[in-house]
Structures are given as C-alpha cells and as structure tokens.
Write a protein that binds this ligand. Sequence first.
Ligand code: F6P
Length: 550
Amino acid sequence: MSTGPVDPTTTTAWTRLAGLAAAPRPDLRSTLTPAWVEQQTLVAADLHVDLSKNLFDDEVEAALLALAEEVDLHGRRRAMFAGEHINVTEDRAVLHTALRLPAGASLVVDGHDVVPEVHDVLARAYDFAERVRSGDWTGATGRRIATVVNIGIGGSDLGPVMAYEALEPYRQEGLSCRFISNIDPTDAGQELKGLDPETTLFIVSSKTFGTLETLTNARLCKAWLLERLPAGTDPSAAVAQHFVAVSTALDKVADFGIDPDNAFGFWDWVGGRYSMDSAIGLSLMVAVGPERFTEMLAGFHAMDEHFRTAPDTANVPLKMGLLNVWYTNFLGAHTHAVLPYAQFLHRFPAYLQQLTMESNGKGVRWDGEAVGYDTGEVFWGEPGTNGQHAFYQLIHQGTRLVPADFIAFARPSYALTDGDTDVHELFLANFLAQTKALAFGRTADEVRAEGVAEDLVSARTFPGNRPTTSIMAPELTPGVLGQLVALYEHITFVEGAVWGIDSFDQWGVELGKQLAQELRPAVAGDAEVAAEQDPSTQSLIRYYQENRGR
Ligand code: F6P
C-alpha cells in the first residue's frame, strides 16, 4: 500500500507548472502543427483521441508527468489494480477493474481469488437474463415479461439507464426497461403508468439495500403490483416472480421478501458509481443480452489494460486526467464540459456527474488533512448539436475557461438522409466546426474582412484558444461504450491521485440523508420537531403545510 498522500503543492513539478502557467503561453493558432497533432493523437483500444487542441506543449506535458511521478501516481495505480485498500476512509479495496477480468484470470484480494466469484455471479445473472428474454421466466399468472423496471438511485440507476439508452439498437424487441430512481412519487407514478402488472418485472438495485429512495420505491411498486394482479394471486408467489434484487446485502434482500435465489450479489470493493458492469447492470443484461454485455465488459477491460500498461506519453486516461489538473489548478477552470455528438449518449454527462463529482468533490486528503488547492471540477454537458443552440455561446465568447471533451462516431446509429444529404455527415461537420471555432476563433481583422460594421466587430470576434479533446470511435457499440466509461473512471482516478484524496468514499452525501430522517416528523405535522428547526426551515415547513392544506 502506498504511504500517506503527498501534498502536490510541495512538489517541484507543481512549482514548475505554476511558473509555466504564469508565463505567456503560445496560442493554439501557432501550436497546432502537423507534428504536434500527430504526437498528440493517441489510440486507446478503439478510441481515437486527439489531444492536440489542448492548451499545453512539451514542457507542460513533461511537468505534468513529473507531477504524477512525485505524487507516486503509478504506485497508487498498481495498488488499485492489486486490490490494496486504497479506499482508506472505508478501509476497502477498489476493484471495479476485477469486474471485467476475463474468466480464468486470477486476482487474490484479502486472501482469496475474486475472479471466480465475479464469473459465478455473472453466469447466474446471464442465465436469469436469458430466461426473461426467452420467455421462460414468467410472471405469477404465467405471462411473459414485457417490461423490466429497475428501482435504484445514484450508481444503481445512472449507469444502467445511461447504457440502456446508449445501446438502443442492441435491445431485444418486445422487451423494454424503465427506471425509477427519484423518491418524488411523480417518478414512480409516471414510470408505472400504462404497465401491465402481469408482465412487469422489478429489479431492486441497491448496493447497501438501505437507501431510503430505493426501499420506498420498492415498497411502492410491491403495493402497486399486489393491488393490481388478478384476485386470488398468492402474494408471496407474486413477489417471487415479479421481484429480483441486486445487492451486497443479501440478508436485507431476504428481509424484504425477495427469494435469495432471485438475488444477485456483488462486493464492497465495488463502489456504487463504479458498479454498472456488475450485476447492477442486470436490467441492461436483460435488454441487450449476455453476449452484448460481455462485449461491453471486454471494452472496459481493454481500457483498463491500456491505462495499466501504456507508456505515460501515450496513456490516454493519464494524460486527460493530468490535463484536467492543469486546467483546474493552474489555468483557473472550474467546470468541464462533455459533449457527445451522439443522441444515444444523452445520459452520459449525467452518469459522469456522479462518477467524477462524487469521487473527487473532496476537501481533505486521504489522511484527513485539508487540501489547499481546488479539487473536483463540475462536469456537465448535453449532446451536440442541442448544446450548440443553448450554452455554447458561453464556451465560445464568455469570460470563463471551459475545457470540453467532444465525443463522435464515424458510423451513425441511424443512417438517414434528408433526400440529398447524409445527415450524419452534417452532424459531424458540426462537431468539427465547433472544435475548430473554439481553437482558432475569429479575429477582429477577419470579422472586418467579412464586411461587418465597425461597431459590431468586437461582438462578433471570437477569441479562440479554447481547449477541446476530440474522442472518436468507429461506432457506438457495447465494447466502445465500455471503453468510454472505463476511460472516465481512470481519468477520475488520476485526478484524485494527484490531489491525494480518497476518490472512493462519499461521506458528503450522509448529512442530508440524516437530516431528512430527522425532518420527516416535522413535515408530517409534528409541531415539537418543527419548533426545533432553524427559522428558515420552520418558515418553509409552514408554507408547505398551508399550501398542502394541512
Ligand atoms: O448517497 C450516495 C450513494 O451512496 C451513492 O454512492 C450510491 O450510488 C447511491 O447512494 C445508491 O446507493 P445504493 O446502491 O446502496 O442504494
């Protein structure tokens, strides 16, 4: 296990980077030579990654790689892949990479080989998925399942729903998934609308099986089911046929009334936001089938191997993570946009928000010392071209630096024309245009040369020199999706390792959960508990009660 975290600001490389950031920096207009583009165009599995439009040069790259050395990033990476307890505050290994090791591999953690267990659960989950897909698994009245409803939140929702949307072309016809996450009853109300209870299967996905939202929604769905199945249906048979669970807490699953035979486990060394490739992906397995799920796992593994073995200068997650540190700590960026030019990736930015922000939104290092530097950018984004007509204005001409990752595919998921034009080509032209406009902008002289009136020249000038990374792949396949997710998992790891934080705990979500429990009676009308609250909370409770007619 690597020893305590290094304060990165005490390293020679940090001082060097601060000096480089303060010096006048060459503009992308001059740095973007063919040689630089060739040097900074990297390949990671099926991903073609062009880093050349970022604000760096050989000197900055060397200093960033030196920073990685000084904080012993490589040692921490070795420790993660080896299953050491790098999640210090929870005293756990961090082994999502073991979820995608091929059968036959071996990884001994805390005294035993985890790979056979991973494949045992996968085999059971695949078998279950096939039974649902083939119609062998039926509801309590003998009818084939038509809708799978995943009940989960955070990592037990965002990954499955993101991948379900991303892999739409691979779904089995006649079988659809819905996802209930929010404790706002509107969510369950809407998702259950129109469903036939006899053909609906619920998957309760919760690592802890203690999450208020998920357990409440699971009870709500159970009540919905039992009220609507034909009279005389045996309730326990109904639950057995219509409810399965995925959790690390199989005892709590049994307490809920779900047959342990219909429960799929995973392990405490899988963080919630790193779990979509465990049995938490059961809804996706049902939708796209075991074969496609296996291809996705192979994609994850290919990126793991790239991250683990590629030399530093060719290592995509390492360099992207270090560039994010450069932007955050030296060039003053606070946010990072992820802009997929693929409609099917419309939930990818939301997925990345949990992955990156729950991981790296920390203010203390893993030894408990407060950090004296920024951590954890705000990740956000929307698919292009919708974003172009919404927030790109700020990225192009605003006062803030917003590094952006563009993701695009050579082959379309739908090859359509408008009669003459291949619409995917029009779409890709937009992707290329945006990264070009951000890099080179348009100078005042160029604007004048277009005949623009002098009083409008400054408003129509684009400063350019705005950094982007372009990630391309042949097509959005299950394997490529796995590679993309693993890429961002490792970028997140790299940033956390430099900052010396524990990217694998999430204590910051606990206080709100605790206070919600304490406030419940006040919301329900307990005047004594309400009187204990701060004046603002009291006033909001009063407003609620008046307007709810309580
Ligand atoms: O509250 C945060 C969190 O713990 C996430 O880390 C997790 O993905 C989510 O809640 C759901 O947790 P669980 O899978 O245990 O229900």
